[in-house]
Design a binder for this molecule. Structure first.
Ligand SMILES: [Zn+2]
Length: 124
C-alpha cells in the first residue's frame, strides 16, 4: 500500500524526499508555481525505500520530469540558501545527518579526477 505523502516547507535547500513519505520543499518555491510543480513531480517519482536504491538513482539521472534549468538557476541565485542542496551531507535539526548519495558520487568523481591531475603533474 502506498503511504500518504506529507509536504513540509523549509527555508533552505530545494527539495528532499525522506523515506517516511515526507517531501520537504523550500518555501520560496511557492513564488515559482511551475518550478514547484516540476520539482514536486520529481520527488513524487522517488521511492520510499531506505538507503540508496538503483531505482532512485536512475530517477535522478534520467529525470523524465520537465524541470526548467533556467528557472532553477534563477531560483538558486535569488535564494542562495538553496545551495545547501548541493552539499554531500548536511545536518537536519529533526533528522540528524542527511546524506545525499548523488552528491557524494559527484564530489568523489571530482576528487578522483583532481587527484589524477595532481599525480600526472608530478609525473611529467
Ligand atoms: Zn531526486
Amino acid at each position: 500500500m502506498k503511504q500518504q505523502l506529507n509536504i513540509v516547507y523549509r527555508n533552505w535547500g530545494i527539495s528532499d524526499r525522506f523515506n517516511d513519505g515526507t517531501i520537504e520543499l523550500n518555501k520560496n518555491l511557492n513564488k515559482y508555481p511551475k518550478l514547484k510543480k516540476a520539482i514536486l513531480a520529481h520527488e513524487i517519482g522517488h521511492t520510499d525505500q531506505p538507503g540508496f536504491t538503483r531505482k532512485d538513482f536512475l530517477h535522478d539521472i534520467s529525470s523524465p520530469d520537465k524541470i526548467d534549468n533556467f528557472a532553477m538557476m534563477t531560483f538558486i541565485l535569488k535564494h542562495p540558501s538553496s545551495l545547501v542542496q548541493f552539499l554531500p551531507f548536511y545536518y537536519h535539526k529533526q533528522r540528524g545527518m542527511v546524506f545525499d548519495a548523488n552528491m557524494i558520487i559527484v564530489y568523489s568523481v571530482i576528487g578522483i579526477i583532481s587527484l589524477i591531475g595532481v599525480v600526472i603533474g608530478f609525473l611529467i
